[in-house]
Design a protein around this ligand. Structure first.
Ligand SMILES: O=C(O)CC[C@@H](O)C(=O)O
Ligand SMILES: [Zn+2]
Length: 478
């Protein structure tokens, strides 16, 4: 079990593994690692370790097992559910992978890249590009999030529609187990049916089963054509019809289809520097359409024109702007990716990272709006996201002038309303952000008991001492 207090002697033993330079104990050094982006969790920790190799991670875990010390792995600290934050009132030691940030190998013929668990996502993308390849995982936080965290949360982002989430983008892993043993599963194979899939157990486990120190990632050809458009629409039903049209005209070349409400566009143009609405008039809903083609630039252009022309003819598209330069493409994407940040200056928000089958999105959205507005008149719904893969960030900004604390106190009640509808439509209460601390107890109530029990058995099998990111995903205190 984890230790509530840790002796200086023991802290010194941990520090000796990485050297004093990489063992931080001061309040100022630890402070940024104790909080997460949304300010929902504030943990405590006496020590942050920055190992430089899988062997050092292994030595840390051996000592942790021997002494029953809880370890919290942390990479870019961009997680949104408190999975990377040490527990409050405990003495969890933080293990940061930030020094383990190398790209180990790129093989453009086999279309694989091998990276350390602490490699920054944007660096992986750049390394792939330098070899004429694409690593398609794309997130607003790609400049600071790291591969180990992306894998541990099975990150999604904006290109899941075409390329899948992190699970689909990974071929092999190197993991340090809670016992300190190192599992070298850095296989580069597309086909490998050799027993239980250990790799897929660690992906999405949020560091509760082991620490991902290295990974083999899949690469793709760099697209030759790329088109981005922003369209104004009347309704979510029309957005679904346009999605169907785009999917049938573009097939796998449809690489992004994002939904945004008018409120989201208003707040990004109001609060985010350099963002402006590409359309002259205001519309109730918007979609961002992203098309990438591997044969030629002309194909992408033809496809985008086809989608918009047919969309106009069918009365689905009211107005649209096609980006005519890379800078304009980036500006449209920047608007979409800033939507989460733009909510902050509007006060507090209660967030839901949910998915439903794509065909259910209009029903879910209509029912959720009715229920939320009935429960909280004045609430400002900012439901946006990755419509093409069924993932909506059903966020609720506080009513103007509402008391922040009183609003946040209604988090569970609003969760209950939104998640109830999500489940009724066969959806998931965590589409891409994970479970962490935020949804741990709720998860245990919505999944069949046998599913939670299997998760507990897996957790105990990998981490008998209960030291590996305890208190996240699944609770063992039953
Ligand atoms: O803050 C959110 O709700 C969403 C964050 C992120 O997943 C996004 O898609 O922008
Ligand atoms: Zn998202």
């Amino acid at each position: 079990m984890s230790t509530p207090g840790i002796s200086t002697d023991l802290l010194d033993r941990f520090a000796a593994i990485v050297g004093d330079k990489y063992a931080l104990r001061s309040e100022a050094d630890l402070a940024p690692h104790l909080i997460e982006n949304r300010g929902l969790y504030h943990g405590s920790s006496p020590l942050l370790l920055k190992p430089g190799s899988a062997e050092e991670v292994s030595d840390i875990m051996k000592l942790a097992t021997e002494t029953g010390t809880a370890i919290v792995p942390q990479t870019g600290n961009t997680g949104l559910v408190g999975g990377q934050t040490p527990r409050a009132g405990k003495s969890d030691i933080i293990l940061s992978l930030e020094r383990m940030n190398r790209i180990r190998d790129v093989d453009p013929v086999a279309n694989v890249l091998v990276a350390d668990g602490g490699a920054i996502l944007a660096d992986v993308q750049k390394a792939a590009e330098a070899h004429g390849r694409l690593f398609p995982l794309s997130l607003g936080s790609e400049g600071s999030c790291r591969i180990g965290g992306n894998l541990s949360t099975n990150a999604g982002g904006t290109a899941v529609l075409a390329y899948g989430n992190m699970r689909q983008l990974c071929l092999g892993l190197e993991v340090v187990l809670p016992t300190g043993e190192i599992w070298d599963g850095l296989r580069r194979l597309k086909k490998d049916n050799t027993g239980y899939d250990l790799r897929d157990l660690f992906i999405g486990a949020e560091g509760t089963l082991g620490i991902i120190t290295g990974a083999v990632l899949k690469l793709f050809p760099q697209p030759l054509g790329h088109q981005v458009a922003f369209a104004g629409l009347n309704s979510v039903e029309d957005a679904l019809a346009l999605f169907n049209l785009a999917a049938s005209l573009c097939g796998t070349s449809l690489t992004g289809f994002e939904l945004m409400p008018r409120f989201g566009v208003e707040i990004t143009t109001r609060h985010i520097d350099g963002v402006r609405d590409p359309l002259e008039a205001a519309y109730p809903w918007y979609v961002l359409i992203d098309i990438s083609t591997s044969d030629s630039a002309e194909t992408a252009e033809r496809m985008m024109n086809g989608v918009l022309e047919q969309g106009f003819e069918a009365g689905l598209v009211l107005d649209a702007a096609i980006a005519s330069s890379v800078a304009q493409q980036q500006a449209i994407w920047h608007m979409r990716e800033s939507m989460s940040d733009a909510q902050k200056p509007e006060g507090r928000s209660i967030k839901h990272d949910v998915s439903v089958p794509v065909s259910r999105i209009p029903h879910f959205m209509a029912e959720a709006e009715e229920a939320v507005m009935a429960a909280m008149p004045g609430a400002r719904i900012c439901a946006f996201g990755h419509m093409g893969d069924g993932n909506i960030h059903y966020n609720i900004s506080q009513p103007v002038g509402a008391d922040k604390a009183a609003f946040i106190a209604r988090w569970r009640e609003m969760n209950h309303i939104v998640h109830g509808l999500v489940l009724a439509h066969g959806g998931s209460i965590s589409a891409e952000h994970g479970i962490g601390q935020l949804k741990r107890d709720e998860l245990a109530t919505i999944r069949p008991a046998i599913e939670i029990e299997l998760m507990r058995r897996i957790k105990r099998a990998f981490d008998p001492a209960g030291i590996m990111n305890p208190g996240k995903v699944v609770s063992l205190d039953v």
